[in-house]
Design a protein around this ligand. Structure first.
Ligand code: MEV
Length: 438
């Protein structure tokens, strides 16, 4: 019978390891060894990672790969990707190479507006609340000056504060709906600090507003927090080429391929079951770059899926059309990213990855990340409408199967060669390995 522990966070790292290994694993000696194997030999670097979070006991490795040859707005990029799924980097690289010789990717930043809200309960007359808000709006901004000054110097700051009446959705519920520009920062800390200051000003000013009744003076702030839904922090990335250049394989004509791609996207637009998987493929590319550049992939995921459902039905984030004899394929996605602050200066690999990406601004990074998503989707959907996904997936998965069964380097080389002309299945690989070992 397991017992809860008090004060776990106050234990030393080795005490924590001892406790978890002893109480939750069958072979504590072996468990401790595994955890230690993943420690960095450089104790300073290890300490840096330990201090990113609470209760660190080890590091969890994720492979980091490079997808080279991305031509974006006529500039060449090699994109770092941190991801565990075997086929993602290969698929991105393939799409990059394909589009690199067809004009490359073109992008446009459609907006960079971030959002935050103060949610509050007000019991009283809305017209009085409106007059109150008009009166205090400039104070809301001036009270936050100590927070906004340096952001303003960089060209950002508070863009707008709006009072929103949400009382038809929830009794007595109102908001300050606020928008911000945060330049190269993702801006979460800046926005949350501003919002908490707005909330304090709102409450204080209400207490002193003589036109309010005693009840109206008691504004209840429920919470102040940024929104990860940023429909106006939007990026478009596109590829296009004459249909006859879509010579993807000998098995399918360029025209059939173009039509199938458009059809597949149309299906993802109208069928949520497909749209979710279609968008998951896009996020394979997006998350990998977001993670490699030290950004918050959960925020990006949440915002992207909300955007995919913005018209009331969950739908595709990419679009495709044939216009005349030109095939167009594009993505429109909200991406709130930062290239300063957060982990960007702290995590040595994040720093290196930003250097590999030629020190992008947040806007540049939005473009690169959107392109990675579009490339990934192009690769996935083009496999789906031609050979099927398993052929490529299983080829990439071959190494995982071989490693699972402790294949030697010699066995790996032989079987990789063999499976160039044979279909990869789990059983097939095991049989081949057994034959080889006989
Ligand atoms: C797998 O990780 C991603 C795909 O399922 C995406 C898609 O179906 O478009 C291949």
């Amino acid at each position: 019978m397991k017992k809860p522990i008090a004060g776990f966070s106050t234990l030393s790292k080795s005490e924590k390891i001892e406790w978890i290994a002893t109480n939750y694993t069958q072979n504590p000696v072996q468990s401790k060894k595994i955890l230690e194997t993943y420690w960095n030999a450089d104790s300073k670097l290890q300490q840096l990672h330990d201090e990113f979070i609470e209760n660190t006991i080890s590091n969890f490795y994720m492979p980091m790969g490079i997808a080279p040859n991305f031509l974006i707005n006529d500039r060449l990029y090699a994109i770092p990707m941190a991801i565990e799924e075997s086929s993602v980097v290969a698929a991105a690289s393939k799409a990059a190479k394909f589009w690199g010789s067809r004009g490359g990717f073109k992008t446009e930043v459609l907006g960079t507006e971030k959002v935050g809200q103060v949610h509050f309960i007000f019991k009283g007359s809305y017209s009085k609340l409106e007059s109150f808000f008009t009166k205090i709006k400039s104070t809301l901004i001036s009270d936050a000056k100590h927070l906004t000054e340096s952001m303003e110097k960089r060209g950002g700051g508070i863009s707008q504060i709006e009072l929103r009446d949400k009382s038809s959705d929830l009794q007595d519920y109102y908001q300050l709906h606020c928008t911000f520009e945060t330049q190269d920062a993702m801006g979460a800390n800046f926005i949350n600090s501003c919002l908490e200051q707005f909330a304090a000003t709102l409450k204080n000013e209400a207490l002193n507003y003589s036109s309010f009744s005693e009840q109206e003076k008691q504004i209840e702030v429920v919470m102040s927090i940024l929104s990860n839904y940023v429909p106006n922090c939007l990026i478009k990335a596109e590829v296009s080429c004459p249909i006859d250049q879509l010579n993807i394989s000998k098995e399918i004509s360029p025209k059939d391929f173009a039509e199938k791609m458009v059809r597949a996207v149309e299906i993802a637009k109208v069928e949520p079951y497909r749209a979710v998987t279609h968008n998951k493929g896009i996020m394979n590319g997006i998350d990998a770059v977001v993670l490699a550049t030290g950004n918050d992939f959960r925020a990006i995921e949440a915002g992207a899926h909300a955007y995919a459902a913005k018209n009331g039905t969950y739908s595709s984030l990419t679009h495709a059309k044939i216009e005349g004899d030109i095939f167009h394929f594009w993505i429109e996605i909200p991406l709130a990213l930062g290239t300063v602050g957060g982990l960007t200066k702290l995590h040595p690999l994040v720093k290196l990855n930003l250097e590999i990406l030629q020190k992008p601004s947040a806007k540049d990074l939005m473009q690169i990340v959107a392109v990675a998503g579009l490339a990934q989707n192009f690769a996935a959907v083009s496999s789906l409408v031609t050979t099927g996904i398993q052929k490529g997936h299983m080829k990439m998965h071959l190494m995982n199967i071989l490693n699972q069964h402790a294949a030697t380097e010699q066995e790996k080389a032989t079987l990789i060669e063999y499976f160039k002309t044979h279909t990869v299945t789990h059983r097939g690989v095991l049989n081949a390995l057994e034959n080889l070992r006989k």
